[in-house]
Design a protein around this ligand. Sequence first.
Ligand SMILES: C[S@@+](CC[C@H](N)C(=O)[O-])C[C@H]1O[C@@H](n2cnc3c(N)ncnc32)[C@H](O)[C@@H]1O
Length: 227
Amino acid sequence: MAFDLQDIVPFGRSYREYVDMFALDEADRSCPILDCGGGPAVFNAELTRQGGRVISADPVYAFTAGAIRARIDEVVPEMVVQLRRNREKFRWDRSGSPEELVALRRTAMEAFLADYPAGLREGRYVAASLPGLPFAARRFDLALVSHLLFLYSDHLEEAFHAGALKELAGLAREVRVFPLADLNARRSRHLEPVRRALDKAGNPSEVVQVDYESQKGVNQMLRIVGA
Ligand SMILES: C[S@@+](CC[C@H](N)C(=O)[O-])C[C@H]1O[C@@H](n2cnc3c(N)ncnc32)[C@H](O)[C@@H]1O
């Protein structure tokens, strides 16, 4: 089935958010990284600027910067409405208000868009989807998945999660996933069955507390031992 830009809500996070969500230290940031489902986040642009090596894979990279920008412009006003409506489900001590949070993300997405043409030319943004990413086994030291797996537990089945994470564990020495909760901030029902499936496949995992919390009470990532 063709990927339709209307199906996604592009909402890219900042570099700081990635560092905090995934507890990325200096050593992590200097190894080859895959950002799976990177979308319009600024992580790739900023880490590349700092001398890091990162490839982002996302079906949205099949579209032009103009098309992605138009979709961002379309969804941002609705984002503010949704954040205001669900204000009590989020922590505001770091991000201030729905308007400030959206402004922060908007800045991140503008920086992504500025970097996007160069990143496409350099092969840093690859149009690809789970399952079936076009990378050689053990190509990366670290694979990151932000706000794709577990978050959309009502839309993506347990088998999809298990398959996606086994695939990523074959591509990288370690996989980190955030969040482990669904859109209603409830721990994903897929988490424990998927961890058992990974264990059986020889990829043990641990749940790690991190210094990042946007949805209230959602502050853990999954670390999976990969290839
Ligand atoms: C909510 S956005 C998160 C973007 C970014 N990781 C962040 O946290 O700011 C989810 C992203 O997952 C991408 N996506 C959806 N299905 C995917 C799949 N099967 N494989 C890889 N990425 C996918 C979407 O295109 C979208 O850019």
